[in-house]
Design a protein around this ligand. Structure first.
Ligand code: AMP
Length: 217
């Protein structure tokens, strides 16, 4: 039988961390996206295929039903808005934090105290906007698509808002983490119509994902 279910994943951390969850549901992905370059990957379950998309596109594929379910970071979900998505499970994978960082020597506390208008470079404009609004800090948001760490070093911004895991990237670029905004981990997201119409296929996989992620706590 041809695939009935489509799971959207992004390459790298999320794909790698989702493989053990699929295995807990008795499913192996039959090709490696790093070497095969294919965007549609078969699995050992003929009913399930995996599609490989950009991390920030996962919610869009699931929202429109092109994928029945997917795995996306909390950061990506907040930026997307989460319309049409059911978020049943925090998988606790790809864990990191969203933080504010500055160049060494930049006095963040006094800049905030003095009510200076901060220039903030980030890919995560919605999270940054909400964070600084809640602190009552006026900001100019500068949207970037990558290499945020560079921005304070070349005078593009005063601060950055970015994901931090080990802190190695910040240290290598002489940046200092000055504020943690929120913990981030990846969530299972499900198309709301698929949840109703394909329940018999989806439910066992969702249950296995949930059980496997509970074991991670
Ligand atoms: P680290 O050097 O370990 O602190 O990792 C920071 C770099 O990896 C930054 O460029 C982040 O954008 C990226 N990063 C860290 N954790 C994640 C994650 N869970 N998902 C996506 N990107 C991440």
């Amino acid at each position: 039988m041809s695939a009935q279910l489509t799971l959207a994943l992004s390459k790298g951390r999320i794909f790698d961390d989702t493989l053990p969850l699929l295995e807990a549901a008795g499913i192996q992905v039959l090709e490696d996206p790093e070497t095969s370059r294919k965007l549609i990957l078969p699995t050992s379950n003929p009913l399930l295929r995996v599609i490989i998309v950009r991390a920030s596109d996962v919610p869009t594929y699931v929202q429109y039903g092109a994928a029945d379910f997917g795995v996306a970071g909390k950061d990506v979900l907040i930026e997307h808005g989460g319309d049409g998505l059911y978020q049943p499970v925090d998988l606790k994978i790809a864990a990191c934090r969203m933080s504010v960082a500055v160049a060494q020597g930049f006095d963040y506390a006094s800049a905030v105290r003095q009510g200076a208008r901060l220039r903030v470079a980030t890919k995560y404009v919605e999270i940054a906007r909400r964070h600084f609004a809640s602190k009552g800090v006026h900001v100019d948001l500068i949207k970037l698509y990558g290499s945020m760490e560079l921005a304070p070093l070349v005078g593009l911004s005063d601060v950055i808002v970015d994901l931090v895991s080990t802190g190695n990237t910040l240290r290598a670029n002489h940046l200092v983490e000055v504020e943690q905004i929120m913990d981030i981990s990846s969530r299972l997201i499900v198309n709301q119509a698929a949840l109703k119409l394909k329940r018999e296929f989806l439910q066992p996989i969702l249950a296995a994902f949930e059980a496997a992620s509970l074991n991670r706590t």
